[in-house]
Design a protein around this ligand. Structure first.
Ligand SMILES: *Cc1c(COP(=O)(O)O)cnc(C)c1O
Length: 433
């Protein structure tokens, strides 16, 4: 299958090229040329299939032409070594818990899948080591580092701003060792991102080593996120709640919800979607006005959604051929202030005994306010509340248990290499590797 660019000026790419390049040469995002409809028989039996079986059928529709069946199956099964259960919160609102992976957030699924697919392409080519550079303000670095841990032929450099990520987040990429190197940059997140961007543009460095990125616009990180929408539907069908299903996605860069929209094109019987924003309400405003005005992001307590110019808007726009009417027919929006998010975490905990994280809280609230007569809703609980321990404890006025997996990271020995924010020093370091 070929991949075209949303900007329409780059040559179409193979899957291999799209995964290695990340972004098309005209700076557009890659889109698969064909989105296959899955047969009715699949949806008839979906409730009897395991998560891995459901995911493999979806993966086959995207990647089956380009990856041998046994390899693809192995990649899917290795990626999904954990469950994504749907849990009842109220009579007609359910939580799709995406936090049972190694770093307790949904980004684990895409990062693990991408690592394995890239590992396969590298092995097939028999080429030299590929180096992944990733700048992080916290969550992406931990998901990518853990996703790529131990994958042969790939070395990962995580650049993070010194003193600007939480202790728990820092442990998740500084204690791993093996093929993961953490670089502690004396600067802010934007400095880390600038170092990575400069590295990709430096010809001498690119002759010296093969560099690639693993950010969320990569098709190999983005498309696998469709898997759990199908599995959520399967579970809701088992509960007898799938007839008028509304899916609500706490959104920042809009990769996650876009994967769900792809699922709908493939025939997944979802009635409609809700995109829940924090105060960064650029998409919400687009839905209301038909105009897209990116802004600088503002900081909130749901900080993984602090995005002022969501990259994947380009994919949504392309999917609906630029029609505002078509987009608003399938997606509605919601936006919440920090005070409303906090209020929701507290109220849901006290009323339903279910502890939300600040991101999932936006999703839960949007369903609580937006469900219509006869509908049932699933929201994506995108991270475990313990990842935002201080914020959540402050809100509920009680303590949050740290899951074993997270605690294990805290026990590891932190190792990182101090790095200045000037490119010359970073380049000199890489040239010695
Ligand atoms: C990344 C992230 C989001 C936002 O997902 P997008 O795909 O960028 O819209 C929401 N919640 C959490 C916890 C995240 O880490």
């Amino acid at each position: 299958m070929k991949y075209y660019s949303t900007n329409g000026k780059a040559d179409r790419a193979t899957l291999h090229e799209a995964v290695v390049k990340g972004l098309a040469s005209d700076k557009g995002l890659f889109m698969p040329e064909v989105i296959r409809h899955l047969p009715e028989s699949f949806f008839d039996e979906i409730q009897d299939l395991s998560f891995q079986e459901v995911a493999y059928r979806v993966a086959d529709a995207f990647f089956g032409e380009d990856v041998p069946a046994d390899t693809l199956k192995q990649i899917v099964y290795d990626t999904l070594s954990f469950d994504c259960p749907v849990v009842k919160v109220t009579e007609n609102i359910y939580s799709l818990e995406l936090f049972h992976g190694p770093t307790l957030a949904f980004k684990d699924v895409g990062a693990r899948f991408m690592a394995r697919l890239l590992g396969y392409f590298i092995k097939q080519e028999g080429c030299n080591q590929v180096n992944v550079l990733v700048a992080t303000s916290g969550d992406t670095g931990s998901a990518v580092a853990n996703g790529f841990l131990g994958v042969e032929g790939i070395h990962v450099y995580v650049l993070y701003p010194k003193g600007k990520v939480s202790a728990i987040q820092e442990c998740q990429f500084t204690t791993l060792g093996q093929n993961i190197t953490a670089l502690e940059v004396d600067g802010v997140f934007d400095d880390c991102q600038a170092l990575v961007k400069n590295a990709f543009m430096d010809e001498e460095l690119n002759r010296h080593m093969k560099l690639t990125s693993a950010n969320s616009i990569n098709v190999a990180r983005f498309l696998p996120q469709a898997f759990y929408y199908f599995y959520a539907y399967a579970q809701m069908k088992k509960f007898g709640k799938a007839d008028q299903l509304v899916v609500c996605v706490p959104s920042g860069n809009f990769g996650n919800i876009t994967a769900g929209l792809f699922g709908k094109v493939m025939g997944l019987p979802v009635k409609r979607f809700i995109a829940a924003n924090n105060a960064n309400d650029i998409f919400y405003n687009y839905l209301q006005t038909g105009e897209y005005h990116p802004r600088a992001s503002v900081q909130t307590i749901a900080n993984a959604m602090d995005v002022g110019d969501p990259s994947n808007f380009a994919r949504i726009y392309d999917l609906y051929k630029g029609s505002h009417a078509a987009i608003t027919a399938e997606i509605s929006g919601a936006t919440y202030t920090d005070a409303q998010i906090a209020e929701t975490v507290k109220a849901c905990y006290e009323t339903n005994g279910y502890l939300l994280d600040p991101h999932g809280a936006c999703g839960f609230r949007a369903l609580s306010e937006g469900l219509r007569e006869g509908e049932c809703g699933v929201f994506l609980e995108t991270a475990h509340p313990a990842k935002f321990q201080a914020t959540v404890e402050n809100i509920i006025g009680g303590s949050v248990d740290i899951p074993e997996k997270l605690a294990a990271f805290m026990k590891g020995e932190k190792k990182s290499i101090p790095m200045g924010k000037d490119f010359a020093g970073f380049k000199a370091y890489l040239m010695k590797q």
